[in-house]
Write a protein that binds this ligand. Structure first.
Ligand code: DON
Length: 571
């Protein structure tokens, strides 16, 4: 048996290399999906990619070497991640792109999932009004209408190469397979039962015996779906056979996504959220993500205060208190701007943010129950990629299925995993979602509405308006706080990209009224914070942040988070 697997893997290598030399000129060994290594950080002269998987990073770099720009690379990396990083890379989910074109134009694309037409406000409440979070988090009813494929086609207007070239590496990877890492093997094993429970047919992700690092994962049905997208464009997903397979799957498990929901899915081009921090221009994602507003609030609440050193008790306490206030605002004011008026201007204004910190006490914790949203009179698994090309186009994308491997429902015959993004809505006021986030009316379920996100793809320009930082991360509600810390690490503490990514992180989100810290967080700072009244809880990793820091000489210092299989590539 073992021999057959090895032999078939060998045949696949041959097929793959032949196919690759056809589609990616000169990429050669760089994207051999059977022998690859993880590169955590490297400084490149011209172009670079940092993302969750080394095969996908290499594909992005190869596409740019072949004449594509950062948008071409982003499309190819996204399709590749949908194959090689199935826990979060996706075509069954959604995401956000923040970019800055080489000519200076900022871009923000919102391809977040939407609530299906048959969704309703109380759809996850039982007859006694109790929230049924199993339904919003797992299985057919948990899915919003996927936005990723439409998003990738929307960003193609800025790219140079045809989609058929950009999607081909993903098709080859799905068809011929790739070797999985130990980490991927153990995470597939961890969700085996959940896949079986929530899918109606067998899928490539479940096999008789346990997965091991070094096994080959082949996804034939997914390859066929990707081919339909290659041959029919966006309609290859939102109409025709793929759409029918999605709806058939939904109907098998009381899911409510319809053919017309799919056909009518629209990407929204938003106005990027831009703000200034001490002369640096920061570009973030506006709603339907809360990410850009929160990062802006957090940075602005730091701006006129002294940060006396990296993760000292004083600095950390100030940052925690800012986080508490920003998350209280999120719960009250933020939702899909097409359904709810989000007071962005006020929430990000200097006057408001100054007021917001008026009750801040530098000697003790402010209990979260005493912190409400500001008064305004004006009416864990996701994945991030940072990319820059030789022309100076900067692309920052965060995309997700929400939970790791989404709803665990694989569309039978189509081979991809659906999202469980409906859980990002406020299912019931006062009931926390899987990240502990609270919400209310602003983020209540309505047909066609986008559920509030925390994803924070971010770009920074230096004081001369030149490219400086591209960053973002997965991590649910820890996303904006991780991005915030990464920016502070670089801008205030002058860290290189690797340190900015890998130093311990902490997180606070108003409720629960506690501060989560990674195990490597300074015990001394922890002790001092506890003395000030903070409840500190240790947790596993926070985020998987990817950073490209553009140095004064134009070189691209590129770092992938040590917390995963994340890897960089470039030239
Ligand atoms: O959009 C959001 O905020 C969440 N669905 C993101 C989920 C996530 O980052 C999970 N990753 N660890």
């Amino acid at each position: 048996m073992k021999k057959i697997i090895i032999l078939s893997a060998f045949i696949c290598i041959q097929i793959f290399v032949i196919a690759q030399t056809k589609s990616i000129v000169g990429a050669g060994k760089e994207i051999d999906p059977y022998h690859y290594s993880i590169v955590k950080s490297q400084t490149f002269n011209k172009a670079s990619v940092a993302c969750a998987n080394p095969i996908a990073s290499n594909i992005g770099a190869a596409i740019m070497k072949q004449g594509g720009n950062a948008f071409d690379a982003a499309i190819a990396v996204n399709f590749a991640l949908a194959v090689v990083h199935p826990s979060a890379g996706n075509i069954g989910g959604g995401g956000f792109l923040v970019a800055r074109k080489a000519d200076g134009k900022p871009i923000a694309l919102d391809y977040r999932e939407t609530a299906p037409g048959k969704a309703s406000r109380d759809m996850y409440l039982d007859k006694n009004g109790n929230a049924q979070l199993m339904l919003s988090q797992y299985g057919h009813q948990a899915s919003g209408v996927p936005g990723t494929v439409a998003g990738l086609f929307a960003m193609h207007q800025y790219a140079k190469l045809p989609i058929k070239i950009l999607i081909q590496p993903a098709i080859d990877l799905a068809e011929n397979g790739f070797v999985i890492s130990d980490r991927e093997a153990s995470s597939l094993n961890a969700v085996r039962e959940s896949f079986i429970k929530n899918s109606t047919a067998s899928s490539a992700f479940v096999k008789e015996t346990k997965w091991k690092g070094g096994d080959t994962l082949i996804q034939k049905d997914l390859a066929e779906t990707l081919k339909r997208i290659r041959d029919n464009g966006q309609k290859g997903f939102y109409e025709g056979k793929t759409a029918e397979l999605i709806v058939d799957e939904m109907q098998k498990g009381f899911g409510i996504i319809s053919l017309s929901d799919l056909k009518n899915y629209k990407v929204k081009e938003r106005t990027a959220l831009e703000f200034n921090y001490k002369g640096y221009s920061i570009i973030g994602m506006p709603p339907s993500s809360s990410g850009g507003i929160i990062v802006c609030q957090l940075m602005k609440m730091m701006e006129n205060r002294t940060l006396d050193g990296f993760q000292t008790a004083k600095t950390t306490q100030l940052m925690i208190e800012a986080e508490r206030r920003a998350f209280a605002d999120r719960a009250e004011y933020m939702g899909d701007p097409d359904f709810w008026k989000v007071p962005i201007k006020t929430l990000t204004s200097d006057v408001y943010l100054k007021q917001r910190m008026m009750d801040y006490d530098s000697t003790k914790a402010t209990p979260s129950k005493d912190v409400k949203a500001g008064v305004i009179k004006e009416s864990e698994e996701t994945t991030h990629m940072s990319i820059i090309d030789e022309y100076g186009n900067m692309v920052s994308i965060t995309t997700t299925l929400n939970n790791s491997y989404g709803s665990r429902t694989v569309v039978a015959g189509a081979g991809f995993i659906m999202n469980d993004e409906m859980d990002d809505f406020s299912v019931k006021p006062g009931v926390a979602n899987m990240y502990g986030a609270l919400g209310g009316e602003a983020n209540a379920i309505q047909p066609g509405k986008r559920m509030l996100s925390a994803m924070s793809p971010t770009i920074v320009l230096d004081k001369n308006n030149k490219p400086f930082i591209i960053t973002g991360t997965p991590g649910g509600t820890t996303i904006p706080t991780s991005v915030f810390q990464t920016l502070i690490n670089i801008i205030e503490f002058n860290m290189n990209a690797t340190d900015a990514v890998n130093k311990p992180k902490f997180h606070h989100q108003w409720f629960p009224d506690e501060v989560a810290v990674e195990r490597s967080f300074s015990p001394d700072t922890k002790k001092q914070l506890e003395a000030m009244g903070y409840k500190i809880v240790e947790r596993g990793s926070i985020g998987r942040t990817e950073v490209i820091k553009i140095l004064a000489d134009g070189k691209r210092e590129t770092a992938a988070d040590k917390r995963g299989d994340d890897s960089v590539a470039g030239y």
